[in-house]
Ligand binder design. Sequence first.
Ligand SMILES: *Cc1c(COP(=O)(O)O)cnc(C)c1O
Length: 436
Amino acid sequence: MNATIENLESNVRSYCRSFPATFARAEGAHLYDAAGRSWLDLFAGAGALNYGHNEPHLRDALVGYLQSGAPTHTLDLTTEAKVAFLDTLDKVILAPRDLRYRVVFPGPTGTNAVEAALKLARKVTGRTNVVAFTNGFHGMTLGALALTGNGGKRAGAGVPLGHVTRVPFDGYLGDGVDTLDYLAAMLADPSSGVDAPAAFVVETIQAEGGVNVARRQWLQRLQRLARAAGALLIVDDIQVGCGRTGPFFSFEEAGLSPDIVCLSKSLSGYGIPLSVVLVKPQLDAFEPGEHNGTFRGHNLAFVTATAALERYWRDASLSRAVVARSAQARARLEALADAHGGEVRGRGLILGLDLREAGAGNAVSAEAFERGLIIETAGAHDEVVKLLPPLTITERELALGLDILDAAVAKARTRRPARAGHRKAVAAPATQEVRS
Ligand SMILES: *Cc1c(COP(=O)(O)O)cnc(C)c1O
């Protein structure tokens, strides 16, 4: 651990504790320290680097823009960079999918997008309550945190987190239970005690929550329930959008038509903060300036986002690569699950190996880091190892990463023998490591 960081950066620092190196260079799926030690990055900025580190086409576009004398910061003034981004988003992503959305620029981060979506849903419906799901993750500011399940994160709020009805996510009560039976009954009963919701906010695959995949039928029924209740369907596609599951939006597979979509992490494609809230035109109800901010869209991010859409989304080759790499990784993870006890979940290039023991993911992640691999954990008890490689990772790189993971799991499991059990029944460890 770097002494300056230890002395000067707040105790709140997080990822740098799990991956204690000082990084000096990055390229594609690799990070390097100044001494030239390298790590294969299967975390990819928590999904902010779907095209890898320093993708050369995006970098060239960015450097060209910087050297051209075009404006960097312009509030929400019209610039050529902004016009090009909106035109490209429409031509390359929205129009071919027959999606018609207006674009709200909510501020640079994911949690900014969630806050804007919540404000808009409450304004449009005149309702306060919102439905959110167990193990959901939506960000750290108060509105988004109220939607988030994680107890440790919620505890930091300092004020009551309210106006949310919590509902079990798909699979939460085991395979035999459709958790939407519960939601449907509550909404149908005027005396259930659940106030009419402005919106349902859902991740199609809960990323931080443990790589929990909602089934297609469950999502379709959720959309029908939202419509019947007069609530808006908000899909938080911040982590699993931008191609992570194969198609550009994670909800395409289920054929959903969300009223509002939140995008962030990999939208700029280069790790530059950029978020949008996509809203159906009839819901575009903010007054001019009603939701304002200094960094609502940023020209440097527009430039790399436009380049990313042009480079990777004009045809289906990236989506096909995601499917191929997913099959490659899944086969190896299934073998690991068979050998060590566990379960594989996920779709596309978000895959989780649930080791069904609290803290097991941390042990694997630490062993992997020693061996030159960056890989994160997920789940309520850090029991899941989460694979989130750049979508552009090569077959060879991924094979190498899986070899290292194999060795790390074997080592970690000899130190902490496997226990059987359902994932909802994992025991909390006596001392939980502090992990994000
Ligand atoms: C990361 C994330 C957020 C929050 O984004 P920030 O940029 O960290 O504020 C919200 N929702 C989901 C699903 C995320 O993965």
